[in-house]
Design a binder for this molecule. Structure first.
Ligand SMILES: Cc1ncc(COP(=O)(O)OP(=O)(O)O)c(N)n1
Ligand SMILES: Cc1ncsc1CCOP(=O)(O)O
Ligand SMILES: [Mg+2]
Length: 254
């Protein structure tokens, strides 16, 4: 069965950044708990994105970590990634599920419970929820939803919720308490003076036990209340390190 790590490193490919160096540093201290999402700028050509994704996948495979591809699902398929992530301006979730197949990890962006439930019904195996806090690495986003916004979405769905936007190790506890299963970060690692150290700090924060909050799906609950695992497609899934994720039975468009 496939599984999802709790720390998602989203690549920073803005000019002057070295995404592969950050991925290498993070992988040097993390194993299957790390998911690397290859995200490139919109004006990056497919060949460049494909080559970066292939190199990231090779690094992840050697460390037992998962590799997902943002937006460009043809590249996810081309490199044999574990899956992909789509948002509101990308392929619809049910179409993305059909493209990736039933065993792939498929993340979908949601800011509110209705969007979250719709995405899960359409075949999302996890939700990226945010922006939780103000971010400096993506412009044009709506207002941050905070930990309360994460709580509202997490309590409406039974798939893992990955909080994103302005996440730091210090902010992880409140997000876990709100029902997040894990976090996705760009700047906390790409802008860190020591990305390996910053990875350790984030992983420590994610491993800290949280008290259940009434009315929410706690991180542990999200692990227990998962949908049944589906058979492996054999494409790049790590041996462990996270909760099993699978599309809901009868997901639309599958
Ligand atoms: C884990 C995670 N959550 C949310 C997003 C954002 O996806 P999207 O809304 O499609 O925006 P872009 O990243 O494509 O600019 C994400 N990538 N990962
Ligand atoms: C891609 C994306 N979607 C919502 S916030 C965000 C960027 C998060 O970056 P950071 O971790 O630097 O705030
Ligand atoms: Mg997108």
């Amino acid at each position: 069965m496939s599984s999802l790590g709790r720390l998602h490193l989203v690549t920073d490919t803005r000019p002057g950044r070295d995404p592969l160096a950050v991925v290498r540093a993070a992988l040097s201290v993390a194993g299957p708990e790390l998911v690397v999402q290859v995200r490139v700028e919109d004006d990056t050509d497919d060949r460049t994105a494909y080559e970066l994704a292939g190199r990231v996948l090779a690094l992840c495979a050697a460390a037992g970590a998962s590799c997902l591809v943002n937006d460009r699902l043809h590249i996810a398929l081309a490199i044999g990634a574990s899956g992909g992530h789509v948002g509101g301006r990308d392929l619809p979730v049910n179409v993305a599920r059909r493209v990736l197949g039933p065993a792939a990890v498929l993340g979908a962006t949601a800011r509110d419970p209705d969007a979250g439930v719709a995405a899960v019904t359409a075949g999302a195996s996890y939700l990226g929820v945010g922006p939780c806090h103000a971010t400096t690495t993506k412009s044009g986003l709506p207002a941050p939803i905070g930990a309360d916004g994460v709580r509202r979405v997490a309590s409406a769905v039974s798939v893992p919720v990955i909080a994103i936007g302005g996440i730091t190790a210090e902010r992880v506890p409140e997000l876990l308490a709100a029902g997040a299963y894990g976090v996705a970060v760009v700047g906390a690692l790409s802008q860190a003076a020591d990305p390996a150290r910053a990875t350790v700090d984030l992983l420590h924060a994610l491993r800290r036990p949280t008290l259940p909050v009434p009315g929410t799906a706690s991180a542990a609950d999200q692990g227990r209340r998962r949908t049944p695992p589906v058979p492996e497609s054999g494409r790049g899934h790590p041996p462990g390190g996270g909760v099993a994720v699978a599309p809901p039975a009868g997901a639309a468009g599958c």
